[in-house]
Design a protein around this ligand. Structure first.
Ligand code: ADP
Ligand code: MG
Length: 352
């Protein structure tokens, strides 16, 4: 009976131990044997797990409690922490010393902790990003109410700065809302057949003024026969607005931004047919060590410069999540001094 129980427990991903009424280990599944290298079966649980709170929880269950929990940090590399759950095994009366009195499970909390940590960091960063334009607004309001009260010229100048700062805050909030919306929807794949060329044409029209301001030529190359993609048109428009905006902003003034589409047999690492859409600029490029961090929230290569250009640092994070929801890929290539190319691969809508 115990053998089949152990065979079943071996299939469980979490470490599981059975202990008898004297707290000796009577069985340990594979995950537990891998976690505690020392031999356990036949020994007091304290030999493998020298942790007062954990032993107290197990003792309480052995003495008659139904279930007890404890949090355990193991002295292994990286100090992994676990939630230990000790639960009584009923029906052990008169079965002898080898019969399990408690089942002890350990749940790894490392991943959950990491997620918690990332959440906390994100909130701290977002608050900090919102705090600085707000602080500047408050400062200018105070100046306008006091020292600059009668100075018409200063007033105009300060109001312009305040307008810029308020606009930056609004954009930051819009991007934060977009990001959380995209995250919420990420597990639900989009289902519409979308004409990507049409979406991109619309985006180019929308950004033509901005391109003209920097004297940038926006070009689109879309051969016939590019299939529709499986997508969400609004989100895909958001992807290309971000990429083309970046290309205009970080590209060379007076240069060219080339957008091109082509059909691909297989999307890299996905294997399904799709469309590759790339946005290439002739800007100064991105240093190789910054490439892997580009899609992190609030990451900017040159923080001061990007901020002066009105950036939020969230554009590429939003792009990454939208592409992920589309089961697509984002590839970034860049040569310092020559330019950057962002390519988005999106699976084709299956022909019906
Ligand atoms: N086409 C590009 N050329 C050079 N650097 C770029 C380009 N696109 C993005 N970057 C860099 O990546 C950073 C993050 O981009 P993004 O997430 O869109 O945020 P934002 O544009 O709001 O700063 C930018 O601040 C910039 O440093
Ligand atoms: Mg951007």
């Amino acid at each position: 009976m115990l053998e089949i129980t152990i065979a079943i427990l071996d299939g469980l991903p979490d470490p599981v131990l059975l202990v008898n009424s004297r707290r000796a280990v009577v069985a340990a599944n594979r995950a537990a044997r891998e976690l505690f290298v020392a031999p356990m079966v036949g020994n007091d649980l304290a030999v493998a797990l020298r942790h007062p709170a954990a032993l107290e929880a197990v003792d309480a269950v052995v003495r008659g409690a139904t279930v007890r929990e404890a949090e355990v940090t193991l002295p292994a590399p990286g100090s992994p922490s676990y939630r230990l759950i000790a639960a009584a095994v009923r029906g052990d009366e008169g079965r002898g010393a080898d019969w399990p009195a408690a089942v002890v499970t350990l749940q790894d909390l490392t991943a959950a902790r990491l997620t918690e940590r990332m959440r906390a960091d994100f909130i701290a960063n977002a608050s900090h990003e919102l705090r600085s334009p707000l602080a500047s607004l408050v400062g200018f309001i105070e100046t306008l109410k006091g020292p600059a009260k009668e100075d018409a010229e200063a007033r105009e100048r300060f109001l312009d700065i305040m307008h810029t700062e308020a606009t930056r805050m609004a954009r930051l909030i819009d991007d934060l809302l977009s990001l959380s919306r995209v995250e919420i929807e990420e597990r639900v794949p989009p289902r519409d057949a979308v004409d990507l060329a049409g979406v991109i044409r619309g985006t180019i029209d929308l950004l033509s003024m901005r391109a003209a301001e920097r004297n940038v030529a926006l070009e689109l190359d879309c051969p016939a026969g590019v299939p529709s993609v499986l997508g969400d048109a609004d989100q895909l428009a958001q992807v290309f607005r971000n990429l083309i905006e970046n290309a205009i902003r970080y590209g060379r003034a007076g240069g060219r931004v080339a957008v091109s589409l082509r059909a691909v047999e297989r999307i890299p690492e996905r294997g399904v047919p799709g469309v590759a859409a790339s946005v290439a600029d002739e800007g100064e490029g991105i240093p190789p060590d910054a490439l892997p961090r580009l899609t992190e929230r609030f990451f900017r290569v040159d923080k001061a410069r990007s901020k002066a250009l009105g950036s939020t640092g969230l554009g590429l994070a939003i792009v990454k999540h939208i592409v992920g929801r589309h089961r697509g890929r984002l590839a970034i290539e860049s040569k310092l001094g020559q330019g950057s190319r962002f390519t988005v691969f999106i699976p084709a809508a299956s022909p019906r």
